[in-house]
Design a protein around this ligand. Structure first.
Ligand code: GTP
Ligand code: MG
Length: 210
């Protein structure tokens, strides 16, 4: 039985720390990646709700932290679980003032370091290009926080079938991940959601029932 999503709703936007929603007693997951890499699209694909998070051709559209709340039933489980997603502003977006950028980077870093219900971070990279310096920086930062990180390689549909596996393996190798660790994803083809959900459920502590 596939993963079921019963409810997926926008909760709130946070620019400042005071605007973070009170920590829930259920798990939170954050989505991190370069501007325009496909964070919001991934969230929509996972939620099975196309218009939930705003998708844009203009890089840097998501400038604040956006929180979403979901009710899901993992494959093999009879239990419905609440979880929360955080759509984080993309890094590597230059068209803001230095001050604005610094304060927002500080906010995101403190969220990733200190947020108590945060169970794991999904780091999204673009399968068409080798991981960029900012992807390495993000991963180094996440590793320094001790957070669990799941790497998803997205926009796989933009490659030919023959290019896909080598690109996935190259991304894993460049990021120092074991073979088979990264999750190939395409919001357009709708692939990768089940695999990503399974990893999220495992980290949320939702065990499939026998
Ligand atoms: N072909 C293809 N296009 C995608 C995929 N995911 C996202 N896109 C496109 O990439 C662009 C950016 O997508 P978003 O989901 O807004 O990316 P984002 O990372 O949330 O961007 P910011 O919030 O601006 O940082 C849009 O034009 C999407 O339609 C994918 O899997 N395949
Ligand atoms: Mg976005």
């Amino acid at each position: 039985m596939p993963f079921r999503v019963f409810r997926a709703e926008f909760l709130r936007t946070a620019v400042k720390r005071q605007e973070w929603p009170p920590p829930p007693h259920f798990p939170e997951f954050a989505f991190v990646g370069r501007s325009n890499v496909g964070k919001s699209s991934m969230l929509n694909a996972l939620s099975r709700k196309p218009g939930l998070a705003r998708v844009s051709n203009t890089p840097g559209r998501t400038r604040a932290l956006q929180f979403f709340e979901l009710e899901v039933q993992p494959s093999g489980s009879r239990k419905v679980t609440r979880i929360r997603f955080g759509d984080l502003p993309g890094y590597g977006y230059a068209k803001v003032s230095k001050d604005e950028r610094q304060s927002w980077v500080a906010m995101i870093e403190s969220y990733l370091r200190e947020r108590e219900p945060l169970r794991a971070v999904v780091l999204i990279v673009d399968g068409r290009h080798p991981p960029q310096p900012s992807d390495h920086e993000a991963l180094d930062f996440l590793r320094s926080t001790g957070r669990k990180v799941v790497v998803a390689v997205t926009k796989m549909d933009k490659m030919t079938r023959n290019q896909r596996l080598p690109a996935l393996r190259a991304a894993e190798q460049a990021l120092g991940l074991p073979r088979g660790e990264a999750i190939p994803f395409s919001a357009v083809e709708g692939t990768g959601s089940e695999a990503l959900w399974e990893r999220i459920a495992a980290m949320a502590g939702v065990e499939p029932e026998g």
